[in-house]
Write a protein that binds this ligand. Structure first.
Ligand code: URA
Length: 238
């Protein structure tokens, strides 16, 4: 593929802008400046750098973010900045979006991609992709609460909200880590699911963190606000 076409496909702006970056000597392949926009490269395993920053070629982008509190997953955030503002411009430009949503005050593992089929694969209830959350609760947790969560609870809408018909849901795993810390594994992704499940057993979530999605665990060295490329096999497993 032509180098200007490669940059264009990776979100570096219009073809004209990409050709300009190349002609101005901003782009290196294998450490060498390439200033011919028409130079051809095999994209398989290709790494290039633009303005000193390294980029792997990816037909579809998949990245993880350690989401800090105070960011919204919406593309049009209302009260807080969007998680997209934590990503570099080329990723935003190529239209990556969060795979499922975390609340503004939830922290931890968030995946983002421009691959619509992957979004469907990871969010469709049919595929039962496990998600692991750690919920710090207001009141001490009891074995009876964990048992109720595993058996199934009825979710209610927050007070004052339009009341939808009641939904029931169950946790795949519910482990009391310490007096008020609950580790929940869910196979669905309903609106405010963890908070509503915990409320349904008479407790209250005070802080929520997601530590796993599918086969992928949030790496301990990815600090809040940082992102990293992800190999899709690490999420889908096998
Ligand atoms: N459940 C919630 O209540 N909030 C989240 O952000 C994720 C799951």
């Amino acid at each position: 593929m032509r180098l200007d076409q490669i940059l264009f496909s990776q979100g570096f702006g219009t073809r004209r802008l990409c050709a300009g970056l190349i002609a101005h000597g901003e782009v290196r392949v294998a450490g060498q400046v390439v200033d011919d926009p028409g130079a051809e490269f095999d994209t398989e395993g290709l790494c290039f750098d633009v303005g000193g920053q390294a980029w792997p070629y990816a037909e579809k982008a998949l990245v993880m973010l350690n989401k800090p509190a105070g960011y919204e997953c919406s593309q049009k955030p209302k009260h807080h900045p969007s998680v997209l503002s934590l990503l570099p411009a080329p990723l935003r430009e190529r239209g990556v979006q969060p795979i499922g949503r975390l609340d503004e005050d939830t922290t931890g593992l968030l995946l983002l991609t421009d691959d619509g089929a992957l979004i469907h694969r990871l969010t469709s209830p049919k595929h039962h992709v496990p998600k692991v959350y750690e919920a710090r609760c207001k009141h001490p947790l009891t074995p009876a609460m964990a048992e109720q969560l595993l058996a199934g609870v009825e979710l209610k809408e927050p007070e004052g909200k339009y009341q939808r018909p009641p939904e029931t849901t169950r946790a795949e795993g519910a482990e009391i880590v310490d007096g008020t810390l609950l580790r929940l594994t869910l196979l669905e992704g309903k609106y405010h699911q963890v908070k509503r499940m915990v409320a349904a057993v008479g407790n209250r979530v005070e802080a929520l963190h997601r530590s796993r999605l599918g086969a992928l665990a949030l790496p301990a060295d990815l600090v809040p606000g940082q992102w990293r490329w992800v190999d899709r096999a690490l999420v889908l497993g096998g």
